[in-house]
Design a protein around this ligand. Structure first.
Ligand code: PEP
Ligand code: MG
Length: 310
């Protein structure tokens, strides 16, 4: 707030006319989970499970994984938590997964693609997640990273259900998955857009490279149009579509995303209250007007201005 005082938010994500958009936390370890719960996040939209594996020379046992996940889920008893299966490869190499050297790791065997070669690894993780759900009492869903097609989404959902987990979803991080969002949603229970990778792959611009950061701006109309396709598919199917990349943490962009049909926003704990408060200042019709203005803008900078004016 301009006054520097605490941000007023009642803890339920919704527009001023009551349209629900859940405000959730991104977490990767117990400390983040407590921070997200303490600031009032309604649940977790992205639990990055890599933390449990990062320093491991060998694959953690099912019991070790179950204990580590339970420690993260515990603050969210009775609340929705989306656990993401292992997202290894590219910017997140793992010591115990001896991956072949690839000329283009960002385009290689990463994310869910590791599980196609090693389904046993996925099944052990799913068993640990199901156990942690029972131990913590959190309302757990599971999603896969780096899914490119509806066929891959269906393969993943089948394995999740076989593990006894009620809801299976996938991340939309590859442009092809956004373009076929309708078919992807038909294969799963929900999707969540990872705008960090979706921007990287849409603009062919490395997300870790400062020199191309202007292309990775989440206000780029090219990215917003892809998000809009996913929002349209969510409306058609009546299934949830969240955003869990950095874009979700921008209070003005949050309104645009709500107007594009996004049903939940997941972010770092520090942004939760500002985003919740921002959503409460606009009606859904205001958000839709801002979304149309941003989509029609020729540049990212003009999209910001157009959304603010709308
Ligand atoms: C993303 O790609 O936007 C995302 C949320 O996943 P990560 O940042 O872990 O790749
Ligand atoms: Mg990603």
């Amino acid at each position: 707030a301009a006054s520097g005082g605490p941000i007023e938010w009642d803890g339920t994500g919704r527009t001023s006319d009551g349209h629900r958009v859940k405000v959730l936390g991104n977490v990767g370890a117990p400390a983040d989970a407590h921070a997200a719960a303490d600031t009032g996040a309604e649940g977790v939209g992205l639990f990055r499970t890599e933390f449990c594996y990062l320093d491991a020379a060998d694959e953690p046992t099912i019991a070790e994984q179950r204990k580590a996940y339970t420690a993260v889920l515990e603050p969210f008893r009775g609340k929705p938590v989306i656990v993401r299966t292992l997202d290894a490869g590219a910017d997140k190499p793992l010591a115990f997964l001896a991956q072949e050297t690839e000329p283009n790791p960002a385009l290689g065997v990463r994310g869910v693609r590791v599980a196609f070669d090693r389904p046993d690894l996925l099944d052990r993780q799913l068993e640990a997640i199901a156990g942690a759900a029972a131990d913590s009492g959190a309302d757990v869903s599971v999603m896969a990273p780096m899914v490119a097609t509806a066929e891959e989404a269906g393969w993943f959902a089948e394995r999740v259900r076989a593990a006894g987990i009620a809801r299976a979803g996938v991340m939309i991080e590859v442009p092809a998955a956004a373009l076929t969002a309708r078919e992807v949603l038909d294969a799963v229970d929900f999707v969540s857009i990872g705008t960090n990778d979706l921007a990287q792959y849409t603009f062919a611009a490395d997300r870790q490279l400062g020199a191309v950061a202007t292309l990775n701006d989440p206000w780029q109309p090219g990215l917003l149009r892809l998000i809009g396709l996913v929002g349209d598919a969510a409306r058609e199917t009546g299934k949830p579509a969240g955003v869990c990349g950095e874009a979700a943490a921008d209070p003005l962009l949050a309104k645009v995303l709500a107007g594009l049909g996004i049903t939940s926003l997941s972010m770092n704990a520090a942004s939760v209250r500002a985003v919740g408060a921002s959503l409460a200042t606009a009606t859904l019709a205001d958000c839709e007007r801002a979304a149309r203005a941003a989509l029609a803008a020729p540049t990212a900078a003009q999209a910001r201005v157009a959304a603010r004016e709308a």
